[in-house]
Design a binder for this molecule. Sequence first.
Ligand SMILES: Cc1ncc(COP(=O)(O)O)c(C=O)c1O
Length: 481
Amino acid sequence: MDITLKPYIDTTTTNLALHQKISQGIIDLITKGVLPRGQKLPSVNQMALDLGVHRLTVLRSLEELEAEGWIRKQEKRGAFVNEDLPVYRFKSPMAPLSGPLPEMDIPDLDIRPLKQDYSRLSFNDGYPDHRFMPHRELARAYSTVLREKTSKQLLLYYDLTGYAPLVNTLKEYLQNTRSINFEHRELLVTRGSTNGLYLAIKALLVPGNTVAMGEPGYHLMRETFLTCGMKVISLPVDEQGVVVDALEDRLKNQPIKMVYVTPHHHHPTAVSVPAERRLQLLALAEKYGFVILEDDYDFDFHYDRSPTLPIISLNPNAPVIYCGGFSKSLSPALRIGFLAAHPKVVDNACRWRKLIDRQGDTIQEAAFELMLKNGIVDKAIRKARRAYQLRRDHAYDLLNLKLPGLFEMKKPSGGLAFWAKVNPQVNYPELRKKALEKGLHLVAGDNYTLNRQAHTRLGFASMTEEETQEAVDILSDLIPV
Ligand SMILES: Cc1ncc(COP(=O)(O)O)c(C=O)c1O
């Protein structure tokens, strides 16, 4: 059979080199069966003529096809499609993936693009205002790092625990700001808190272990525990966070390996856990031998007094794994977080990390280290904190004044969002839809509790006072008085 390749091979599209385009085209014809096994290819001169390319280009393509095993050349006879190639042809596109994927223990999380969350006006889950992120200073820090610190270590693989100078500066920072003692602990720089929390679970627990957390509680953490094979016990939450007495009742009947808490501002209710409960929790950890996983995701934002020091700071020997990060303090785009724990836990976390991610972003860590050391991070946080406190007060007064009865809420002493009970007479999904049409995003209310109570979070930090005013005006127009 005399075959001309011209109609089949497109040498114009894609950025591949010309000889690669030809090889790719021939491979395509072979896998589709247009060129059967054993088929003789046209001569080099013929192909060059057909395709309008130099014969050296064809030769190069054939050499590569031969090296890869697609064709075989025979002395004085020419090139033939390799007869031994197995027949491989999927009739329907992506055949094994076109039906439903197998049942898996993977949570049905919302993975849609976040477009709506970034409406200019948004009462979100409690995002910071990205305008406080010192991005020029970050650019300068990157530039310094890439101009002056381009060591082998920085540009090749790095230690699993993170960029060493950042590990040290962060230890100092956490000691100074949160009184965390590193005598018996190690620090791992993580990609945000999420990464640290996940590694903490993998470092310490095995499938089938039982853990406890508040309900309502940080729902992604519940999903993480479940996906990792843990049994999750829900503890009640009141005005002081997780009810620790209820934990003791459960502990009397069954072993619990880990208790997850967000004591600074319980997520999602934003209440602070008082000293009495913190000590009670530590005492129970000692008595029953469980580990406390302390998630301090928004340490920097406490308004009415200084931030409460974390549970981990209360006893240098307490079995606490402490995770946090700079997502709320500066920007979630900076995937910089930390995990402080017993060295054995950090070692295990590193072993897991090596499998899934290997290491953090060393260049970003180096740039961030400069900003932390030079006080830029602290300055930006102080500025944001002052603004958020005013925004909290302003939004709270405005929502109560202009929308009486729509939300029932208390002013939180810290955090970036109100926890609000939505008036049950209001069709909240409908209100959200209409608000979005007018440019205001409201976070879905039914995500925060297992029984889908009509509560929601209203982030107050990311909008200026004028923007909050606009947002509230939109809602008042939509709510008949
Ligand atoms: C309670 C809680 N923990 C952890 C995280 C994760 O934050 P990061 O961006 O540091 O991964 C969040 C994010 O919203 C959170 O609300």
